[in-house]
Structure formats: C-alpha cells, structure tokens
Design a protein around this ligand. Structure first.
Ligand SMILES: *Cc1c(COP(=O)(O)O)cnc(C)c1O
Length: 425
C-alpha cells in the first residue's frame, strides 16, 4: 500500500489486487476449505508457521481483501471482520480480558454495546465501570483499578451524538498502561481516523455506513499496531500460547500481535465470522463510502439547521450546529462533518414524537441507522428500551428523542417530508 495514497483511492482500490488474468472485481470465494499438496504444509498452517487459509472460520480470501481495505482506511496494521458489530465489540474486549478483569467505558454508548458490557459480559466475570466522558482527567483516572485492561469509547455516540475527546481519553488510557478502544461506526474513517489521535484498537459496526445500503450485518476490528503488549499487564500476548504449540504472539507477529491473537484464538473458538457474500457486499459499500459520507453530512446539517428554527421542534442535537455542546470537539476531530444522524425532540414529548413518525411518508420507521435511505427511530421505546430511566439519562437519551438518520436523497425532499408531518401535528 502506497502510504501517500488518498483515502478515496483506498476505498476503491485497496484489498483485492488482481494479478495477470484475474477477475477485476473481488471474487466471492464461497468455499469453507482449501486444498494443499502435503499434510506437512497443512500442519505448518495449523501451527501458524506459514501464512495461508485452511478453514473459513479463521480466514478466507474474500474476507482477507475486505479486512486489508478496512485496515488501509483506518491506518492500522491489520483487521478482522466479524458477523456483526456486536461480535466486534465482544472480541475487542475478550482479546484483552478474562474473568476477574475490569474495563472502563464511557456511559454514552450504543444500547446494544451497553447491554453486552453491563449484563452479558458481567455474567462472564468481566466488570465494567461507566464514566462520563466529559469528566476531567483526574475523575476519569479514578475509575481505573489494578485489573483494568482497557478504556472504551465511541467517536460519535449513537444516538446521543456526543463527541469523544480522543486525545484526552488516549492519554488517560496510556497513563494507566491500557489500550484505548474506539468504536468509530458513525464517522467512519472518511470523517475521523481515531488511530491518528492515539486510539490503539478501532471497532466498527459495518452494518451502518460502511455497508451503507442496509443489506448485511457485519463488524470489524482494526489494530493500530502501536500498543506495547510486553510491559506486564498482558502476559497472554508475550508468553507461549499452549493452544498453538507455544507461539508467542508479540515475537511471531510483531505489531500485528493483537489482531492475529483475536483471529486465531477468539474466531477459532467462538466462530462469529463474516461470510464471503456479506464481505463482498461490504466491499461494494466501501467503494463509495467517500462519496456517500459528505452527502450524508451536508444533508444532515441542512436538516438540522431547518429543524432548529421550526416552531414545533423543542430541541435539536447535531454536533455540526454552532452552539451544540459537542461543536468544538466536532470541529477538532471531525472537521468535514460528524455523520448523517440528527436527534431532536418535538413539542408535546413522547406522544408527539410517535405521531410525527407515523405521519412521515418518504422517511421510513426502521430499526436501523446510517444507510442511503432516510429513516427514523424512537430509541426509548426500541433500541434502548431495556435501559432504566437513569441509564437512559446517562446515555444521553430523553424519552422524547427522535433519531433521524438522514440519507443521500435530495435534501429538499427530506425536509419537505419532515415539514408535512410536523405541520399535521
Ligand atoms: C449498530 C451499532 C453497533 C452494533 O452493531 P451490529 O452490527 O448491529 O451488531 C455497535 N456500535 C455502534 C455505534 C452501532 O451503531
């Protein structure tokens, strides 16, 4: 990969590199298995002594190309795609923690991630402390314990649209000797590359903008290659792994130790792999990501500016608006735009929100966000309904919050649809 290549070019060209006579387009290698000429070679593959594919649960040529493209977009040394964003979040943490360990996470995160951390992983013996990401450094540092193994945050939170101060959080994590994991789903690497601000691991729900067309669920983990695993807190990375004849990840794989370990231990044992057809669809989405994100952002800013002045709108939250509490952070970390998601409340609270949604025509009510078609959701009664009122508040979600995912249609048609439904309230 040419290090000077622009991200637009990487979206289109990174990953699949056809040789003479190969198909120009990334093929779908719909095969679970791979043929080898000798039993000895296959044995070496199983011992991770030679690179290559031997079973699609661990790796597959179609998946590998998409992984290389995502790593190239985020500026990492390697990536692992997963069956969903949930699997990516799970693996990102499990690769660092075992029962008895602890993680610090910001509180304003996606509801599914919150549930995974606070309920399911707690049952696995991994404890989480949720912190206000805007607290000062001393308060944040106080949440860490001797057994803390990571700090987790979202670049732009879903759906409360807070912006993480990535440099501050990276400094705190590194001061505590642990990696900083960032879920970069909403901005995508087109708008923000957290590794450039000190993140060690980046995760994605590729289900959202990366796919961009609401066609296939998927996730990704990207390894920056920058974290030093040998300083004592992470012996699994730098001592022999008995499940691979004593391989030492930091010695054999150097800067890619984290992402190789995630694949060969977690993907091997748990098997939340993406399938080749899904990876093919994801790759198509990635080819136009650099064209879609600016349109999502300019449409969302126009919609937010319009709604801000609308008499029926009680409040509006879009970090791109001057006066928004996250505006300064957004200008620093996301100067080209935050994403296409806008949240707002309507005069009349929860009941008015529901009536407004029912009156929309172009905009669909769906359990999704971040695709080409404008869509809308009421988080308090759907994606976040398992949260208590206190947890909702900590996640920055009020009961009247409407989450509008602005698509890439003509913005005048989107605004006209919103206006006709607001007028009928
Ligand atoms: C949707 C989402 C997830 C979960 O991803 P799935 O692909 O739905 O499993 C994780 N993080 C964020 C920020 C999300 O928006």
């Amino acid at each position: 990969m040419d290090p000077k290549q622009h991200i637009e070019t990487r979206c289109v060209q990174a990953g699949w590199q056809p040789k003479n006579g190969d198909p120009r387009v990334l093929p779908i290698f719909q095969s679970t298995t791979y043929k080898y000429d000798s039993a000895d070679y296959l044995g070496k593959l199983f011992d991770l002594e030679v690179p290559g594919h031997f079973y699609t649960r661990l790796s597959n040529p179609t998946l590998e190309c998409v992984e290389n493209k995502i790593a190239a977009l985020e500026g990492g040394v390697g990536a692992l795609v997963t069956s969903s964003g949930q699997a990516a979040s799970l693996f990102a943490i499990l690769n660092l923690c075992q029962a008895g360990d602890h993680v610090v996470s910001t509180a304003a995160i996606y509801g599914g991630t919150f549930n995974l951390f606070a309920i399911t992983m707690k049952k696995m013996g991994i404890a989480f402390t949720f912190v206000d990401q805007n607290a000062d450094a001393a308060q944040l540092a106080a949440a860490f314990r001797p057994n803390t193994k990571a700090l987790f945050a979202e670049t732009v939170t879903n759906p409360s649209l807070a912006v993480a101060d990535l440099e501050k959080l990276a400094r705190i994590a590194h001061g505590q000797g642990v990696p900083f994991i960032v879920d970069n789903t909403f901005p995508t690497p087109i708008l923000c590359r957290p590794i450039e601000w000190g993140a060690d691991i980046v995760t994605h729900s590729t289900t959202k903008y990366m796919d961009g067309h609401a066609q296939t669920t998927g996730g990704a983990i990207v390894d920056s290659g920058n974290f030093d695993w040998t300083h004592g807190k992470f012996p699994e990375f730098c001592t022999p792994d008995p499940s691979y004849h004593g391989v030492v990840y930091t010695e054999r794989f150097g800067r890619a130790a984290y992402i190789v370990k995630a694949r060969v231990q977690l993907m091997r044992d748990i098997g939340a792999q993406q399938n080749p057809f899904a990876a093919y669809i994801l790759n198509l989405g990635l080819e136009t990501l650099h064209l879609r994100m600016p349109r999502h952002c300019s449409n969302a800013l126009a919609v937010a500016t319009h709604l801000e002045q609308h008499p029926r709108v009680a409040w509006i939250n879009y970090p791109g608006l001057p006066g928004n509490p996250a505006h300064a952070l957004a200008q620093k970390y996301l100067p080209d735009g935050t994403c296409g998601v806008v949240s707002f409340g309507i005069q009349g609270g929860r009941a008015a929100a529901t009536r407004f949604m029912d009156g929309l025509k172009l905009t669909a009510i769906v359990t999704h966000v971040a695709d080409a078609r404008t869509c809308v959701l009421h988080p308090a009664s759907t994606t976040h309904r398992q949260l208590t009122d206190e947890q909702l508040q900590a996640a920055g979600i009020s009961s009247d919050l409407v989450r509008l995912s602005v698509g890439i249609e003509h913005v005048a048609d989107i605004i006209a649809d919103l206006d006709q439904s607001l007028a009928a309230l």
